[in-house]
Design a protein around this ligand. Structure first.
Ligand code: SRM
Ligand code: SF4
Length: 593
């Protein structure tokens, strides 16, 4: 669907405007069920009275959402930007709740602690597919903020974040993204997050389901107003918490279904042979709890109607019934546990039946058992299409400079018809490269010696993942990306391993860098060290180390730290990691070979 730049403003005339007042013990919250500036219903309009009542007594974010709905936050971006451009106000004079919280509904996250006055803008990139024009646009957007702050990140949800953005520039970026069929709307805070799919969709000989259609359909479900056909769907504009959906396309499970609220795992029906999905629910990571998804004993056919209807039913139940007081307990897993999986399944089927869309939910089907080895994404690999290959390129920690964005765009134009795939490992894949052009691609300067972008990196440095960390994230206990990249390079010089070793870094226990799925996970945490000068033990930046997480069909979360309180200093951390690599992963010293 192609949108015009300002389509989000189209009013819908047939929605009745009204005011609802909720009495609280000490205060009264009044909110509009139709936003007067957008003419669209608000997120709260869709909540049943009982959920509104609970929200009104809920946590501060719930109260803030009732008082000023997040679904119209983009209007404020335009208004603030206009005033700042006209010199009528400064960013410091923006309403604090808008600045630091509400604008997250349009994917604008003020980096108040690290770069005051500058925002990270998070996009929605369903199935992680972008093109060269979009990549160049990202570079153009952030270039003016300088080399350090004006960068582009590939995220652990196969997504893009632009950095350094100032509020006065945001409308042009939003308009430019909309003109390129992308958006930032509903990408953060209590929204359904980026739809993760297979980075090999449509080009893979072992593919069971092409995930692109499903990620796009689900993205439309959550991000497109069905009434006005404009961006942002207020139906899902007041969720109790974030919500993650992943659609896997093959037995590799490149999309990590086991750590998403809804995970769809491809599997044929045992009797009919029709392709479908087994459903797993409730996977998530947080400070309070890290949980692997649990099987829901449901199988649906792999068609658009079934996938959208199932997700909509689960989302509706989650929206209206999940916790609104304790944000730590507002993720889907807690609601599933409150019900019991059997009862939750019954509630989902009842909801689906009430929609009357002819969607059948079967019991879970037996997953394939023949031996299967998870494939590599980096490097050159044959596609199912004769004469074509996919080329996976390392982007260390997902961080891209303006120059690198443009280099990738040029490579994509020259070799992959402008298409670029993003992975949850924060790397890229150029699809559909002609086999006879592979040598030329590998000889490009952008991929040459000295470049960060590499097609055949070492088995350690090629498998590093890192969250944002202290450079931009106010919750971080440590710097991550720079450390991750430099330590991986040093480990590569010290030891040899015989298989890819996935080292994930995360700056705090929220685990955006998913340390629990890593071979070796490094999480920011407290540490102490003897200080010669004072003769005392002193608190220093440190980390917890996790070992043994697994991904793919045989997924396993490593929940307990292998080691804690390790100071984040190269001379201490590197020997620790070398030891773990040797004892747990069979690494040998480089000199020993
Ligand atoms: Fe995350 C909060 C970055 C993937 C769990 N995450 C944050 C914030 C928004 C905190 C903040 O306001 O500063 C971080 C923004 C930092 C910045 O400037 O970039 C942040 N999370 C990220 C990203 C960018 C990490 C990365 O470098 O790739 C990822 C963006 C994904 C996207 O494109 O949408 C990111 N975060 C994840 C994942 C991984 C995943 O989805 O597979 C998780 C664990 C899975 C999950 O959510 O269950 C994750 N982030 C969290 C949490 C803990 C959630 C909870 O239920 O408590 C928080 C804190 C929160 O939401 O209150 C958080
Ligand atoms: Fe920030 Fe913590 Fe997430 Fe890293 S894990 S991006 S430090 S919230």
């Amino acid at each position: 669907i192609v949108f015009s730049a300002n389509d989000a403003f189209i009013p819908s005339s047939h929605i009745r405007r009204s005011l609802i007042t909720t009495e609280l013990q000490a205060e009264t919250v009044t909110f509009e069920t139709v936003d007067s500036r957008t003419g669209k219903p608000t997120g709260t309009s869709f909540l049943p009275a009982e959920a509104i009542e609970r929200a009104s007594k809920g946590n501060p974010i719930e109260k803030a959402k009732l008082a000023k709905d997040g679904t119209s936050a983009f209007v404020d971006v335009y208004e603030y930007a206009a005033k700042i451009r006209e010199g009528k106000m400064t960013w410091e004079e923006m309403e604090a709740a808008d600045l630091n919280t509400r604008l997250k509904f349009v994917g604008m996250l003020h980096r108040d602690k690290r770069t005051p006055g500058q925002f990270m803008m998070r996009l929605k990139v369903p199935n992680g597919i972008v093109n060269s024009d979009q990549m160049r646009f990202y570079a153009d957007c952030v270039e003016k903020y300088g080399e350090e702050r004006g960068v582009v990140d590939i995220t652990t949800r196969q997504n893009i974040q632009l950095r350094g953005v100032k509020i006065e520039d945001a409308p042009d970026i939003i308009d430019g993204l909309h003109a390129r069929n992308q958006t930032t709307f509903q990408s953060a805070l209590d929204s359904v997050r980026n739809m993760v799919g297979s980075p090999l969709a449509g080009i893979d000989d072992k593919e069971m389901v092409d995930t692109r259609e499903f990620c796009n359909a689900l993205n439309d479900l959550v991000s497109l107003d069905p009434v006005t056909q404009t961006r942002g769907n207020p139906m899902w504009g007041n969720l109790p918490r974030k919500f993650n959906i992943a659609v896997s396309g093959s037995r590799d499970d490149f999309s990590h279904t086991h750590i998403n609220d809804i995970g769809l795992q491809p599997c044929p029906h045992a009797t009919t042979g029709k392709m479908g999905f087994n459903v797993v629910l409730g996977g998530y990571m947080s400070i309070k709890r890290v949980a692997e998804s649990i099987p829901a004993d449901m199988w649906i056919q792999a068609d658009r109607n079934s996938v959208v209807t199932l997700s909509e039913a689960i989302l509706r139940i989650f929206r209206d019934e999940s916790e609104r007081k304790d944000r730590q307990k507002a993720r889907l897993m807690w609601l599933v546990e409150k019900y019991g999986m059997k009862e939750f399944k019954a509630a989902v089927i009842k909801e689906i039946t009430s929609y009357d869309r002819g969607v059948a939910v079967h019991d879970a089907q037996p997953a394939p058992t023949e031996p299967f080895e998870r494939r590599e994404l980096l490097g050159v690999h044959k596609q199912k299409q004769e004469g074509k290959s996919r080329v996976g390129i390392l982007v260390p920690t997902g961080r891209l400079s303006v120059k690198e964005c443009r280099e990738i765009a040029d490579l994509a134009d020259a070799y992959s018809e402008g298409e670029i795939r993003l992975t949850v490992e924060q790397n890229i894949i150029l699809p559909n490269v002609d086999d006879d052009k592979i040598d030329a691609l590998l000889n490009e300067d952008a991929l040459g010696k000295g470049s960060r972008l590499q097609v055949n990196p070492g088995l350690i440095e090629g498998n590093v993942v890192s969250c944002t960390g202290a450079q931009f994230c106010g919750l971080a206990l440590i710097e991550t990306k720079a450390n991750a990249e430099s330590i991986a390079r040093k480990l590569e010089e010290l030891v040899t391993v015989d298989r890819p070793i996935r080292i994930h870094w995360t700056g705090c226990p929220n685990s955006c860098g998913q340390v629990q799925v890593a071979d070796i996970g490094i999480m920011g945490g407290p540490a102490r060290k003897f200080d010669e000068a004072t003769g005392k033990m002193m608190a220093v930046p440190g980390c917890k180390i996790f070992v043994g997480g697994r991904i793919g069909e045989d997924a396993h979360l490593s929940l307990e730290p292998f080691k804690e309180g390790v100071p984040l200093e190269e001379e201490i951390l590197i020997p620790e990691l070398v030891e773990i690599l040797k004892t747990q992963f069979g690494a040998v010293d480089k000199q020993a070979r």
